[in-house]
Ligand binder design. Structure first.
Ligand code: PGA
Length: 265
């Protein structure tokens, strides 16, 4: 199954109007390619980014979304509001939200469902901590996080969603999962979804996130079940981010050539 490569920048709580402007200008200089590029910016900068990205091939996303539709929820941001500002995606269940802001499996599932209802594509993040990996529980934890979402939105909801495997021990630490470790978990995730629906599993975009840099992107993106990256720190450095997108474009071209060759082309 030939899936399009995606590169999603997650700016986290970084930036200011001037720095964003420079970064957006650099991203707008990206050569056209088959790679889907998305930038998830802090809420206050959505309008700035939407204005700069209008008419370009780069899409806009948010880093979180409320589990509620609207109403008396001080500080929350509704999916419909994100939609109005031109968002296409919303990250849900990032490990930083799970760790610091109490996002439980259930709440993450509710946020995924609410995103879909608002017409957004949720990028559902899953991943184990270092302790969980050392205890040999990595797959169990990721499967549990996935099940919470699958129970809520079903295979049909999964068809309109994206996943990101982000081992917590690799986020912002400079320590990346090896391509073999990442591929193994991505294959497990796809197999898990396949139990519900084979077609949805085959088409599902599963990103890898956790210290992706221009130096390791190519080897990660070359893996069969890795459909691109969710990029934190390196998405704030224009040169690095552009090189990561280029690595995704090359990986996409190679995968296409392989598929063509194995089909006897
Ligand atoms: P990192 O962050 O690339 O800085 O490790 C990835 C993420 O948290 O999405």
């Amino acid at each position: 199954m030939q899936r399009r490569k995606h590169v999603v920048g997650n700016w986290k709580m970084n930036g200011d109007l001037a720095a964003n402007d420079a970064l957006l200008s650099a991203c707008l200089g990206l050569p056209r390619s088959e790679v889907a590029v998305d930038l998830c910016v802090p809420f206050p900068y959505l309008a700035q980014a939407a204005a700069r990205l209008a008419g370009s091939a780069i899409s806009l996303g948010a880093q979180d979304v409320s589990e509620f539709e609207c109403g008396a929820y001080t500080g929350e941001v509704a999916g419909s509001m994100l939609k109005e500002f031109g968002c296409r995606h919303a990250i849900v269940g990032h490990s930083e939200r799970r760790t610091w802001f109490g996002d439980t499996d259930d709440r993450v599932a509710a946020k995924a469902a609410r995103s879909i209802a608002a017409g957004l594509i949720p990028i559902v993040c899953v991943g184990e901590t270092l302790l969980e990996r050392e205890q040999g529980r990595a797959e169990e934890v990721v499967a549990r996080q996935l099940d919470a979402v699958l129970e809520r939105i079903g295979a049909a909801g999964m068809a309109g969603s994206m996943l990101a495997y982000e081992p917590v021990w690799a986020i912002g630490t400079g320590r990346t999962a090896s391509p073999e470790e990442a591929q193994a978990m991505h294959a497990m995730i796809r197999a898990h979804v396949r139990e519900h629906d084979a077609r949805v599993a085959a088409e599902l975009v599963v990103l890898y996130g956790g210290s992706v840099k221009s130096s390791n992107a190519a080897s990660l993106f070359a893996c069969d079940d890795i459909d691109g990256g969710l990029i934190g720190g390196a998405s704030l450095m224009a040169d690095d981010f552009l090189r990561i997108v280029d690595a995704a474009a090359r990986a996409g071209i190679e995968a296409k050539a392989e598929a063509f060759a194995s089909a006897g082309g």
